[in-house]
Ligand binder design. Sequence first.
Ligand SMILES: Cc1cc2nc3c(=O)[nH]c(=O)nc-3n(C[C@H](O)[C@H](O)[C@H](O)COP(=O)(O)OP(=O)(O)OC[C@H]3O[C@@H](n4cnc5c(N)ncnc54)[C@H](O)[C@@H]3O)c2cc1C
Length: 509
Amino acid sequence: MSAGDQGVTRRRLLGGLAATGATVATGAAAMPRSAVKSWDMRTGVLVIGSGAAGVSAAIEARRAGSNVMLIESLSQFGGSSAMSGGVVYAGGGTALQKALNVQDSVEQMYRFLTLAGTLHPPLEKIQLYCEGSAEHFDWLVEQGIPYTEKLTLAKGLPMGDESLYFSGTEQAWPARDLAQPAPRGHVPGVPGMNGGRRLMEALLSQAAALGVTMHSGVGAHHLVVENDGRVVGVIVTIAGERRAIAAQRGVVLACGGFIHNREMMRLYAPQLYECSVPWGNAGDLGEGINMGIAVGAAALRMNEGFAIVPIYPPESALSGIIVNASGQRFIPEDSYHGVLGDAIAYHQKGRAWLITDRDSSYAFHQDNFLPVAEASTIGDIAALLEFPKGALQQTVAYYNLHAANGEDPMFHKSGAYLRPLQGPPYKAWDLSTTQAFFPAHTFGGLHTSVDGEVLSSFGEVIPGLYAAGRNTAGIPTAPYIASGLSLGDCTFFGRRAGRAAAARGGMSG
Ligand SMILES: Cc1cc2nc3c(=O)[nH]c(=O)nc-3n(C[C@H](O)[C@H](O)[C@H](O)COP(=O)(O)OP(=O)(O)OC[C@H]3O[C@@H](n4cnc5c(N)ncnc54)[C@H](O)[C@@H]3O)c2cc1C
């Protein structure tokens, strides 16, 4: 592409970058339509990315009557979605909740999602999501995802075949005072960490059965834009050759997040950059986000993401206390580990320690984090960790005084885990972002309407361009208050994006 070719989109590119306040070499500048001599392939809706968002979009676009082509840059379909636990956050009275006599309502789910997490959450998306949640769960079942009528009350992703559990921070303070807790983590009823694979097998086989044309090993890198700003196709690479694909109705960007683009991580999400384990498949390079920015899309919440430190199971560890570099508690220890991870990564400069006594210590060797101090007194632990003089001793004395009466005046830890910390050996476990097993992935992405239309930094729809999943800024925000919000958002809003793209313009395709 010549420099002149790029000039047409330079205004849009600069507009998009200004919206994010950063300059990133995107490698994804838009291609003017005039530079495309002929199309090598044509389709109605072109979906880029084969994770939960892309495949849900493809299924619904096809059902809405459009020809649909789905391309995937890697050799295998499924994206991070296929690596995941497969948890979808759903509630308000899903068929599974009803079958298990779980009380829930749209209102309580909405209260939880809007009050327990970030400031200024995306209210319109959350409302639709809560209102449509029971129907959406039925849709997942219709696609062939297997769920068992089994509930577990244990904390953490079920490793058996249970399909319903408390996947978030609903029962911890302050969430439990803000909304009636209900188990809303819906996970395919397969043992082990195989839910995501099972979910994606079902969605991919639906897409194939419906006649979605699917190509792996096809990476998209430039959106093709008409003079009037419409997105009309994509330039891809197939076996080293550049090809142009026309999308008569629309292009759906569903390329996932950017956890493996280290340059973007450093610039946009420094707290996540520090986390020890970039979690996601190799395709999470931010290419879809950059393609969108290159045509003028706004990108939101680019610093936010999922940062977790999984201190449970076993739940016995929650009777320990977690302290910062000042030797002070800062969170109820029974918070969902996404909330805990967020507090450490974003609010404690990435440093924290779990202090255990004899009964709350891990019985077996931990791979996730190491004991960095062991002593017979709390004072010796404090000295070994070089905390400010007397701080940890004061923290423990105050905690013990109230825990003995079943109270935690500062953080209201649940009674099930609350007891004085007493009985050596005491141990300190390093929960820092760089030293512990501290997985992270991104939530920032393109600004979209509830129908997946990509919006510019002026709030205008970019015609012909849609996006879904972690390519967008959706319902998952920081702190991540429950497992399943990402896949829930991917599938729910992916469906809407696919339908909207298929309905666009009434063109044939
Ligand atoms: C181990 C693990 C467990 C998790 N468990 C859960 C869970 O239980 N519940 C939950 O809600 N979330 C979970 N998550 C997070 C969740 O998996 C992701 O946020 C979600 O899958 C993102 O889906 P997506 O469709 O947006 O992107 P992806 O599933 O990542 O799919 C995007 C696809 O686009 C492809 N692609 C990228 N660029 C291009 C390009 N230029 N051209 C063509 N193709 C491209 C990628 O290769 C990829 O296949 C987990 C994540 C991990 C890593």
